[in-house]
Design a protein around this ligand. Structure first.
Ligand SMILES: [Cu+2]
Length: 156
């Protein structure tokens, strides 16, 4: 029974590793860096990726592109789930334009500035401990409209 469980875990790890490699892991030679690309989903209040997975402790290079022709968007990864995302969203809206981001970054892992149509920004950050972390757009009404996703951090 114990061996069966280990085999199952090994398979899960292998599948996760393969998925990461397929998602654009750079180099592949034991490199400690992962590249992620996310765009807004046309004119919808959504990202084109609802989730992505990265290994804990690795340097993540994430490029967010606003492909909308009319709307402003940012991408903010918070240190927690929906409860933390809702808090950061409220704080961002209270902080106001141009970036709709709270001055206190305690609950934020990484955040782009507010990007106009066609804008993009690349963030570099270290993936935190294994777990799930919500990312969202803090432009007023966008998070409530569904502009969010989940970053899953797995053990390296
Ligand atoms: Cu937005």
């Amino acid at each position: 029974m114990k061996m069966q469980k280990s085999s199952w875990m090994l398979m899960v790890v292998l599948v996760a590793a393969f998925a990461l490699a397929a998602c654009g892991n750079v180099g592949g030679g034991g490199g400690a860096s992962t590249t992620i690309e996310i765009a807004s989903d046309g004119e919808n209040l959504a990202y084109d990726k609802k989730e992505f997975t990265v290994p804990a402790g690795q340097t993540i290079t994430l490029t967010f592109k606003n492909v909308s022709t009319a709307q402003q968007h940012n991408l903010v990864i918070v240190k927690g789930g929906e409860d933390v995302a809702a808090k950061v969203n409220d704080e961002g809206i209270n902080a106001g334009p141009p970036d709709f981001l709270p001055a206190d970054r305690t609950n934020i892992i990484a955040a782009t500035k507010m990007l106009g149509p066609g804008g993009s920004e690349t963030l570099t950050f270290t993936a935190p401990a294994p777990g799930t972390y919500v990312f969202l757009c803090t432009y007023p009404a966008h998070y409530a409209g569904g502009m969010k996703g989940v970053m899953t951090v797995v053990s390296p």
